[in-house]
Design a binder for this molecule. Structure first.
Ligand code: SF4
Length: 344
């Protein structure tokens, strides 16, 4: 589901979004949510640092959350972790939310996604699966993901999902100094899986020395990928020398323009801690702690109002300095709002 496109068909919401500077606290439905149902993972990716303890969200809590968000107008959920397939109740959670009429998407490292698990995901009503593939070179992928056999498993899962065609397949690639030179080979591999697969290049977060590509390598790569049609974003590293330098320093939030995300999106961690978006986790106090704080209380609470007012003022929160999320959605909304092509 293209959220930007969905929002563009709701004139009342667009009208409110176009007026945020004057009225930063309008009543807009929460249309999208990201839920991390577990911090457990079966891989040890070198660019990842998961919180301890490795909590999980129970099925009944997840279902209650889904019901409350549905009542708020939710259209789409993205589940991830950790690794969602390590959650003992993951298929129940997915089918619970699908039955609520919400579009269900998920991200997985693919390691556990054998033939049977793929069929269970399809039967649960999952719309799209984003698999993490970092290289066409088995050794490079396994090294980045911290486990032998992870390349073989994820490629097999991707090929099966593409061949069956019941769920949309997306590929995420975390771009590091280890894999950036071989993106053309990875592109060949992804295109060879089938048509209609979308691909996202994600600049690595600088949690470890030596992972960030240099500005000059990023610039050369940016020129190369500019016209790759399978990419969701053709400028993942920016377009100017200054932006390449920013990304090479680990700061990905270089995009100009306004972020509309805090008005239509929420993020929940396995312990129920809620934030306006994924990137804000760890950068601010939670907006509330579900289920002690209900969705209604979180949405109408002072912390979310304060965050929205800050973003509406044109200021950037510290989290935004590292954020490369929701680029397409923000672009679509900004485009429509600036041209005022919606019916008022
Ligand atoms: S971190 Fe900032 S830029 Fe990113 S989605 Fe959240 S509010 Fe928007």
């Amino acid at each position: 589901m293209d959220l930007g496109a969905v929002i563009s068909t709701i004139p009342s919401t667009l009208r409110l979004l176009s007026n945020l500077k004057a009225e930063p606290l309008p009543d807009i439905p929460i249309l999208a949510v990201k839920v991390k149902v577990t911090w457990c993972c079966n891989l040890s990716c070198i660019f990842c640092s998961l919180p301890e303890p490795r909590l999980t969200m129970a099925r009944d809590t997840a279902l209650k959350l889904g019901r409350e968000l549905s009542a708020q107008g939710l259209r789409k959920v993205h589940f991830s972790g950790g690794e969602i397939l390590t959650h003992p109740e993951c298929f129940d959670i997915l089918s619970d939310w699908a039955r609520l009429g919400v579009q269900v998407n998920l991200t997985s490292n693919g390691f556990l996604m054998d033939k049977e698990q793929i069929k269970r995901l399809e039967d649960a009503g999952v719309h799209s699966v984003s698999l993490s593939i970092d290289s066409a070179d088995r050794k490079v992928h396994d090294r980045l993901r911290g486990r032998k056999g992870s390349y073989k498993a994820v490629i097999r899962a991707a090929a099966r999902i593409a061949a069956r065609g019941r769920m949309k397949l997306r590929v995420n690639t975390v771009v590091t100094s280890f894999n950036i030179a071989k993106l053309p080979e990875l592109r060949d591999l992804i295109c060879g899986l089938g048509a209609g697969i979308s691909w996202k290049l994600i600049p690595v977060d600088p949690i470890r020395e030596g992972l960030l590509p240099s500005a000059s390598v990023l610039e050369d790569t940016a020129v190369m990928v500019r016209h790759w049609p399978e990419l969701e974003d053709n400028a993942p590293f920016g377009t100017t020398e200054e932006e390449f330098r920013e990304v090479a320093a680990g700061r990905h939030g270089f995009r100009p323009g306004f972020c509309y995300v805090p008005w239509f999106n929420l993020f929940f961690a396995p312990d129920g801690a809620c934030y306006p978006c994924c990137m804000a986790r760890g950068q601010m106090a939670p907006l509330g702690l579900y289920p002690g704080d209900t969705v209604r209380k979180i949405v109408s609470g002072r912390p979310l109002s304060a965050f929205r007012s800050l973003i509406a003022s044109g200021a950037k929160h510290e989290a935004c300095s590292y954020c490369d999320d929701f680029l397409a959605e923000n672009r679509t909304i900004a485009d429509i709002v600036s041209h005022r092509t919606f019916v008022t």
